[in-house]
Design a binder for this molecule. Structure first.
Ligand SMILES: Cc1cc2nc3c(=O)[nH]c(=O)nc-3n(C[C@H](O)[C@H](O)[C@H](O)COP(=O)(O)OP(=O)(O)OC[C@H]3O[C@@H](n4cnc5c(N)ncnc54)[C@H](O)[C@@H]3O)c2cc1C
Length: 343
């Protein structure tokens, strides 16, 4: 089976081997067997944050399909959950919202698996996984041992973690601590979301209202997977928002969208940089099957016939334009599999 069938961008050739263990024990065994063989390998969840090369992947792909949500003992006012890595993230959000639990409601609609959440510390509309993550159960590639790693040791930052930085292994499950406060959300931490629901920044709103408002906002941007919407054949945002020195940001045009992170560090809007570099929604290179989404400048979409090469070529074009115009190096958010950004 080609990996294009298992990824949301729908590009990429076949792996040497595709393993689909069904239980946590089988997942551990399959991983250890592959590692003992010394061949290349990768974990695959929902395939929503990777670009697989046209020649496929010369190694074993270990699919993470294990599901289950378990309520753990917790103190009043909180709820602890252990979630198997293959549990679809959005279904986990629905599970928590249906029970009036708060902490991940603003991350509704993010595709993929729960176990992939810590890899880039998923986030949206003012919430990040690091706000609620207690620990991960991890099978370490280097030692072959199972360990429970507290979230504080995962170096979770903006779309970053020890895993993104190179620590390899399989996340088997994650443990979350949510708030149980009569169905009210955590304080709204996104101005865009607050405006959409007619609330103020910091208000606490019924979690279901937050979830529905976020899904509506995301649909307008093509950020909820939907077979009827061609703009969702993507990997979501293709570039992260660059973090730069405040002095650098001050030299940009006054309307440059930016958010202070620390006293001397600022997050710039990658979408603003791309648009102001002259690349608008729907942009495509001649003859290419890849395009900028017609709804969201940050997403690169497969219009139907794209190869992985088309996706990379457009990504590189965007990076070059932004570098030439502003001197900023945009970093791709999805991982490149079976190819490098220089291919
Ligand atoms: C339409 C759309 C909207 C999106 N919106 C957002 C958003 O708002 N915020 C956001 O943060 N992201 C967003 N994303 C990106 C993506 O959904 C998330 O990064 C998600 O967590 C990826 O999950 P996955 O299971 O699909 O991971 P995959 O794409 O399968 O894998 C991604 C990486 O994680 C590794 N991995 C996966 N599972 C495991 C595991 N169990 N153990 C170890 N490594 C593992 C893989 O090897 C790979 O390196 C969006 C993507 C799309 C397509």
């Amino acid at each position: 089976m080609d990996l294009r069938e298992l990824t949301t961008l729908r590009v990429g050739g076949s792996p040497r081997e595709l393993l689909s263990p069904e239980t946590p024990d089988e997942l551990v065994r399959a991983s250890l067997d592959v590692w003992a063989s010394g061949e290349e390998w990768m974990a695959l969840g929902g395939g929503s944050n990777i670009v697989v090369g046209d020649d496929g992947f010369d190694g074993s792909v270990i699919r993470v399909l294990t599901r289950g949500i378990e309520a753990l003992p917790s103190v009043p006012g909180t709820a602890r959950l252990r979630v198997q890595a293959g549990e679809p993230w959005d279904e986990l959000v629905s599970y928590t919202v249906d029970r009036g639990l708060a902490g991940i409601e603003a991350m509704a609609g993010i595709p993929g698996s729960s176990g992939a959440g810590p890899i880039q510390n998923i986030g949206a509309y003012g919430q990040e996984l690091s706000d609620t993550l207690v620990s991960v159960e991890f099978l370490d590639h280097e030692t072959g041992r199972l360990e429970v790693i507290p979230a504080a040791r995962l170096e979770l930052g903006y779309r970053s973690s020890v895993f993104k930085a190179g620590r390899r292994g399989i996340v088997l499950s994650i443990e979350l601590e949510l708030t149980d406060a009569e169905g009210l959300s955590r304080p709204v931490a996104s101005q865009q979301l607050a405006t959409a629901i007619g609330a103020a920044f910091g208000d606490r709103i019924p979690v279901g209202v937050i979830r529905d408002a976020v899904l509506a906002l995301r649909r307008v941007k093509g950020m909820v997977l939907d077979a009827a919407d061609p703009d969702t054949t993507s990997a979501g945002s293709f570039f992260t928002n660059p973090l730069v020195a405040a002095s650098f940001a001050r030299a940009l045009p006054p309307d440059a969208a930016q958010w202070p992170i620390e006293p001397d560090r600022v997050k710039l809007s990658a979408a603003w940089l791309i648009e102001r570099a002259g690349i608008g929604r729907g942009f495509s290179l001649p003859g290419s099957g890849a395009a900028i989404s017609s709804k969201h400048t940050l997403a690169i979409v497969n219009t139907g016939s794209a190869t992985a090469y088309d996706i990379l070529e457009l990504a590189r074009f965007v990076q070059e334009r932004v570098r030439n115009e502003f001197g900023v190096a945009l970093q791709p958010e999805p991982g490149y599999i079976g190819m490098t950004s220089g291919d």
